[in-house]
Design a protein around this ligand. Structure first.
Ligand SMILES: NC(=O)c1ccc[n+]([C@@H]2O[C@H](COP(=O)([O-])OP(=O)(O)OC[C@H]3O[C@@H](n4cnc5c(N)ncnc54)[C@H](OP(=O)(O)O)[C@@H]3O)[C@@H](O)[C@H]2O)c1
Length: 227
């Protein structure tokens, strides 16, 4: 079964997502507080976004004596909520298998080494394989449901992860916190980074579910995808 997918983002009026020049105090709250109100068993981010939460240490990997099979690993652990990272080459290192209250699941490809898998196992971090060299998004959603019981998942960015789920037609709902700010930086990251230039792909349409005015002049918009 495919989990229900909600993409949640915080953007400027022009759809930009990096807050470098926004000058906000407490900038995390605009994303985190509405996110906490969305019912979900897991949140998923790209490798770049996860850098904020994983270890800042540079681990020295050692190759194990026996090769570790490229097979999914479900760690024994008590948490019922999960955070998932799309990390095809195994670039995130972990001091613990938790980000606050969520158990870490790495989404990998078979490009990763046994040494990296040993690192994940030594920290009791779960991992699943999404393909040989690229990640099949439908496959990993199905595995997240079957192996971890995830029924609703929040995709929390960044732009490239959102774009890949959009392109694959796997997003069911959009939750957007819109800041009353125009960023105006040409080429800066936007909510959905799919591809350069126009292809034959058609844009995705949504139906408005709710609008809430929050933090004074901010809007929290909830949409479902039109199929
Ligand atoms: N405003 C907001 O609400 C919000 C929310 C989240 C993040 N952000 C910001 O967004 C920025 C990061 O966004 P980003 O778009 O550059 O990066 P991202 O989406 O967080 O991560 C991109 C990386 O994740 C991996 N990845 C993503 N999709 C994949 C796929 N379908 N298949 C295989 N690998 C995949 C790749 O890792 P490899 O490079 O290792 O191959 C890719 O380079 C940060 O500055 C963060 O602070 C803003």
């Amino acid at each position: 079964m495919k989990p229900y997918v909600i993409c949640h983002m915080f953007s400027s009026l022009d759809g930009k997502i990096k807050q470098t020049i926004w000058g906000l105090k407490d900038h995390h709250k605009y994303f985190e507080e509405p996110a906490a109100k969305i019912k979900a068993d897991a949140w998923l981010v790209g490798r770049t976004t996860m850098q904020e939460f994983c270890s800042k240490r540079k681990y020295k990997l050692t190759t194990p004596k026996t090769t570790i099979a490229k097979a999914d690993f479900v760690a024994q652990q008590p948490a019922k909520k999960y955070c998932v990272v799309m990390d095809p080459s195994g670039k995130c290192f972990w001091d613990t298998n938790m980000v606050t209250t969520e158990h870490v699941i790495e989404v990998l490809t078979e490009k990763v080494s046994s040494a990296y898998l040993q690192h994940l196992r030594s920290k009791n971090v779960s991992y699943i394989f999404g393909g040989k060299t690229t990640i099949d998004l439908s496959l990993i959603l199905e595995k997240l449901n079957r192996l971890f019981g995830i029924k609703r998942i929040r995709i929390d960015g960044g732009g490239h992860v959102n774009g890949s789920f959009l392109k694959a037609g796997l997003i069911d709902e959009m939750s957007l916190v819109l800041a009353p700010i125009a960023d105006g930086t040409s080429g800066a990251l936007s909510v959905f980074e799919v591809e350069k230039g126009y292809s034959k792909r058609m844009a995705t349409h949504f139906t408005l579910q709710s609008v809430k005015r929050i933090y004074g002049d901010y809007l929290w918009l909830r949409y479902v995808v039109k199929r």
